[in-house]
Design a protein around this ligand. Structure first.
Ligand code: FES
Ligand code: FES
Length: 154
């Protein structure tokens, strides 16, 4: 298997790796950097648990090859807070009780961030539509939608 030396910019820091052609961004994040916020649910682009932001766009990290995202801005949930200060979306999820098992939460929050950055003041229907690629088995979505709307209003 061919190996490549690549640089990935993750949460504002550059990291040099040697990777195989077939390694996904999700594998590199979780197995090489111990950034385990992005979860592997389905592993085939259906659940959104692995969502990260690449250049501000929500992307399923299980579908992206690490070699394909060199030198792009990658944001994971670990890079979202400002030290001990939670991002407003993180605060709203906690305050609204929009987290149960937490498996979907990093992907939900990053999907919501990518959306709110481009769509300030969305309607509830727009928020719901934007979450179609992120599955939650616990919450029934209502509190997640409320948390995103709260953040937008704030
Ligand atoms: S693990 Fe990537 S979309 Fe499900
Ligand atoms: S909180 Fe458990 S899957 Fe969403």
């Amino acid at each position: 298997m061919e190996r490549h030396r690549i640089t990935l910019k993750i949460n504002g820091e550059s990291h040099l790796f040697e990777v195989e052609s077939r390694e996904t961004l999700l594998q590199v994040l979780r197995d090489r950097l111990d950034l385990t916020g992005a979860k592997e649910g389905c592993g085939r682009g259906e659940c959104g648990a692995c969502t990260v932001l690449i250049n501000g766009r929500p992307i399923n990290a299980c579908l992206v090859l690490a070699v394909a995202v060199q030198d792009q801005d990658i944001l994971t949930i670990e890079g979202l807070s400002d030290g001990d200060t939670l991002h407003p979306l993180q605060k709203s999820f906690v305050e609204r009780g929009a987290i149960q098992c937490g498996f979907c939460t990093p992907g939900m929050i990053l999907t919501a961030k990518g959306f709110l950055d481009k769509t300030p003041g969305p309607t509830e229907a727009e928020v719901r539509r934007n979450l179609v690629g992120n599955f939650c088995r616990c919450t029934g979505y209502t509190k997640i939608v409320e948390a995103i709307l709260d953040t937008s209003e704030a």
